[in-house]
Design a protein around this ligand. Structure first.
Ligand SMILES: CC(C)(COP(=O)(O)OP(=O)(O)OC[C@H]1O[C@@H](n2cnc3c(N)ncnc32)[C@H](O)[C@@H]1OP(=O)(O)O)[C@@H](O)C(=O)NCCC(=O)NCCS
Length: 198
């Protein structure tokens, strides 16, 4: 399978939103229909400060011909994020988790004052296990000016899945474990690492 990594502009993302959400639902093995609940949120995220999105597409023939996103090139992977800010629900949730764990104001400020939130990273199941996820993260985090990158990922017994292996391989360490975001019964880990990613 010939693949190519590309940056998505805000309008690319709007145009390919349905495809990107389909990759997300298939990768996470969520029930069909989850896309509809997430669409408005993903669109709202585009307007956030420092938003950046990258994608992996399947290209046919000579991959070097595809200099921009071909209108119908199948989307194999999507990743995006933005600069964390105090008015964001996610940051408020993480701060309350840190406080509950006894973090003091200095620790909270050190973590929250300059970070890129890696919000979504998904590779379609038929393209997983070929290094595309790592390649997308590396492209997304290139040239970021924030001090660190933070993300949340579902807790998995023994950290035994590709997402955990990828984050550990890239040097992500624990910020909060077994965290329950408001309204979600699942436990999540908040992980982070300094930038740049080397
Ligand atoms: C987590 C996820 C993004 C990782 O992306 P990926 O492309 O599947 O995996 P990676 O980029 O880490 O690639 C590593 C695998 O590719 C293999 N690989 C093959 N060629 C490679 C290359 N050139 N470079 C690196 N890895 C390569 C590695 O051996 C490794 O295989 P293994 O995991 O079986 O040991 C993807 O599996 C996914 O979308 N999973 C479901 C959704 C999800 O969990 N998202 C994250 C939620 S927070």
């Amino acid at each position: 399978m010939a693949t190519r990594l590309i940056d998505l502009s805000p309008s690319d993302m709007q145009q390919r939103l349905g495809d990107a959400l389909a990759v997300y639902v298939d990768a996470m093995r969520y029930p069909r229909g989850t896309e509809d609940q997430r669409a408005s949120m993903w669109l709202e995220h585009i307007r956030r400060h420092g938003w950046k999105a990258v994608a992996a597409v399947e290209v046919s023939g000579d991959p070097t011909d595809a200099d921009h996103l071909p209108a119908r090139a199948p989307l194999l992977g999507i990743a995006y994020g933005y600069c964390g800010a105090p008015d964001q629900w996610w940051q408020q949730q993480v701060i309350s988790g840190l406080r509950r764990n006894g973090a003091d104001a200095d620790r909270i400020s050190e973590l929250m004052s300059s970070y890129f939130e890696l919000t979504e990273l998904h590779i379609h199941p038929r393209a997983q296990g070929h290094g595309l996820g790592e390649a997308l993260i590396r492209r997304l985090l290139q040239d970021r000016t924030e001090r660190q990158v933070l993300l949340s990922t579902p807790e998995i017994n023994g950290e035994a899945n590709r997402a955990w292996r990828l984050y550990r391989r890239l040097g992500f360490t624990d910020v909060i474990r077994e965290y329950h975001f408001a309204g979600d019964p699942r436990a999540f880990a908040i992980l982070g690492r300094p930038l740049p990613l080397t």
